[in-house]
Design a protein around this ligand. Structure first.
Ligand code: ZN
Length: 254
């Protein structure tokens, strides 16, 4: 009891919360549903993403992942939307960040790292989240791209590994605008690159850029997706929505 009292005090729980925390699990736990937490930092322009990027992605999941519990989380939530209790119940955490990477607390990063490594949670890093703290921690490298240009570049996204679960039902497609993240990408050698890409710059010249990369880190699966700049509507596009749903299922080993 001593441990639970001091822990309660440390968490600052009120009497009601403390009492419910002591109830046996079976009395309140919902039937075990797979759970994806879609996290973003609330900085996307409202004229494109009125409900931020996590809202747009979660809307897509209503159709594509009907049996899943889909949870929105963000940096302004208590515990920055990713405490240990929540992570423990989460199969996959998707992360979109850009301007507020530095605000993410180290204890949040460590909790995510541990949950992926030891608990097998999937982690999906989107676009500018290549520089997010949790993704960098998982990769253990700089995670920088060779260049960053939002200059009207377009991209052809190609299905490079048609049998990969992330490519199920996905056909090659174009994004008319993309922020160009040029190679090289300073990450460990991926175990798979299901989606490749070729940029076309405004002057017509071409450049390669990998679009979807996979790793296994400890017990967990990690996917990085290159598109998803906040001023483009990528997350409303059906092809991207399909990739997101496939990636969640793959990361959850479903
Ligand atoms: Zn961007």
């Amino acid at each position: 009891m001593k441990t639970s009292i001091s822990r309660r005090a440390a968490l600052g729980l009120g009497a009601t919360a403390a009492a419910s925390a002591l109830l046996p699990l079976e009395t309140w736990a919902a039937p075990a549903k797979h759970r994806v937490v879609v996290w973003s930092e609330g900085t996307a322009p409202k004229e494109i993403y009125s409900n931020d990027i996590n809202g747009a992605i979660a809307d897509g999941f209503k159709k594509s992942l009907p049996d899943w519990e889909v949870v929105l989380a963000g940096i302004d939530d208590p515990d920055q939307g990713a405490n240990e209790e929540s992570l423990k119940r989460t199969d996959v955490l998707m992360w979109w960040g850009h301007k507020r990477h530095r605000e993410v607390k180290d204890e949040v990063v460590e909790a995510i790292f541990k949950r992926v490594n030891e608990g097998g949670m999937g982690f999906i890093s989107l676009h500018s989240s290549h520089f997010s703290k949790p993704y960098k921690r998982l990769m253990g490298t700089k995670c920088s791209w060779g260049e960053y240009k939002a200059d009207g570049t377009s991209v052809s996204v190609t299905v490079k590994e048609p049998d990969h679960p992330i490519c199920q039902g996905v056909k090659d497609f174009e994004l008319p605008k993309i922020e160009r993240y040029g190679e090289p990408f300073a990450v460990p050698e991926p175990e798979a690159v299901p989606l490749d890409g070729q940029y076309t710059k405004p002057d017509g010249t071409k450049a390669p850029g990998r679009m979807g990369l996979c790793w296994t880190i400890g017990k967990g699966r990690v996917f990085y997706f290159t598109p998803g700049h906040e001023t483009y509507d990528d997350f409303f596009r059906p092809e991207v929505q399909l990739i997101m749903a496939n990636a969640v299922k793959w990361a959850a080993r479903q």
